[in-house]
Design a binder for this molecule. Structure first.
Ligand SMILES: Nc1ncnc2c1ncn2[C@@H]1O[C@H](COP(=O)(O)OP(=O)(O)OP(=O)(O)O)[C@@H](O)[C@H]1O
Ligand SMILES: [Mg+2]
Length: 375
């Protein structure tokens, strides 16, 4: 699926903007503070019903207009059907989501109508940060492929909270705790099997994308289930009883799962440069998007904020080549357009549109202007 039209009102410094993106690479360029990230934020809002910049979504509403609306017309490449998505909010009210003119109550309906993946400066945390980010990344994929995952995950969270609550009590016996553990272990095993199955099916796609997008040799990925392989969670919980009661916390289980990323046996975050990390993250993201496409039969939209920082021309070339070959709709921002235009020309990428952003206003550049701009 891809967006054919985008109307944005009252998002940060964008009072009003309308554009017709191409089903290919769309590039927004402009100076600092012009509104590029805000444009991506508006698209993200359409697909996720929230912002990626803050926990408080109302911060994205323009200070003067005090209300915001984002409207998108989209087309499904797979079925050719056209539909609309709308998100609006008054400063004090709550968000209203509409798909094809009908109110929908959950943001997951938006995610279904406009699946998207974002890469911005926070994405470095996928490699440099703790396991939580990698777990969420993995779970995003499992959730979209395995419809039973979400309810099980919620039940598991509840069961974990219950277990931790018991561990916070002053005195708790082994017997008392283990009577609660049956459901915790059952849910843990179910979640873990879904994650493992998903990871096994996506691993080759990750490897393929890593080979296409990076030049680093020896990158490997391994799924860590959250406790020692080859042992049952029941026996681990039994062994950990003293430690868990001392720490008032369950120290083993799917809540500790991870994707271990290493380069020739060392943690990737200790070895790779910033540019290499960025290319690796892009590879994981595109791999995830392609897996989504294979399993759900729909293409994701990719958002890349501030793509050029840290990426050299060859890395950029590799990424644009892959993005053009997977035929996804892509939105990229950057302060300077010339590196991208040069790559687009050298790679002969046809589906490309350039938009200039200035003080919250968005203008599209046609072919002639584009050629002039590139010189
Ligand atoms: N709620 C708001 N209402 C009005 N303006 C806002 C609001 N929130 C942020 N802004 C302003 O919107 C402008 C655009 O910010 P944005 O982050 O989109 O810029 P950018 O083009 O991505 O810049 P950079 O190149 O530095 O990343 C900034 O000047 C910012 O101060
Ligand atoms: Mg920005």
């Amino acid at each position: 699926m891809y967006l054919t039209r985008l109307d944005i009102h009252g998002i940060r410094n964008i009072c009003s903007a309308s554009l017709s993106p191409v089903d290919g690479i769309n590039f927004f360029y402009g100076s600092n503070g012009s509104g590029k990230t805000s444009l991506l934020e508006a698209i993200y809002l359409l697909g996720r019903g929230r912002t990626f910049r803050s926990r408080y979504t109302n911060t994205l509403i323009n200070h003067d207009t005090r209300q915001c609306t984002v409207f998108g017309a989209a087309k499904s490449k797979e079925h050719g059907s056209a539909y609309t998505i709308g998100v609006s909010r008054e400063c004090k009210g709550s968000f209203q989501f509409k798909v094809d003119g009908s109110r929908v109550s959950t943001s997951s309906s938006l995610a279904d109508a406009l699946p998207l993946l974002l890469m911005n400066s926070d994405s470095f945390l996928l490699i440099e940060g703790g396991p939580g980010g990698r777990r969420r990344f993995l779970d995003w994929g499992v959730f979209h492929v395995e419809q039973h995952f979400q309810p099980l995950w919620v039940q598991h969270q509840r069961s974990l909270q219950q277990r931790n609550k018991l561990l916070r009590r002053d005195k708790i016996s082994r017997e008392e705790l283990s009577s609660w553990d049956d459901s915790f272990i059952r849910l843990s095993n179910q979640i873990t099997e879904m994650r493992r199955e998903y990871f096994n099916s996506i691993e080759s796609l990750f490897v393929e994308m890593i080979e296409k997008l990076t030049t680093v040799k020896g990158i490997s990925l391994r799924f860590y289930q959250g406790w020692e392989e080859g042992r049952t969670l029941a026996s681990i919980l039994e062994d950990n009883f003293e430690r868990d009661t001392r720490r008032h916390l369950t120290t083993a289980g799917p809540q500790r799962a991870d994707i271990k990323v290493s380069v020739k046996g060392r943690a990737a975050s200790d070895v790779l440069s910033r540019g290499q990390i960025k290319a690796l993250v892009a590879a994981l993201l595109v791999g995830q998007g392609q897996m989504f496409r294979q399993s759900r039969g729909k293409q994701c939209i990719y958002l890349f904020d501030d793509l050029f920082s840290e990426l050299d021309r060859d890395s950029l070339k590799r990424l644009l080549r892959v993005l053009a070959s997977v035929k996804a709709q892509v939105f990229i921002t950057g302060t300077d357009h010339s590196p991208l235009v040069r790559v687009v020309e050298s790679e002969e990428i046809q589906d490309f549109a350039l938009f200039h952003v200035e003080q919250g206003k968005v203008g599209s550049l046609n072919d002639l202007e584009l050629k002039g701009e590139a010189q």
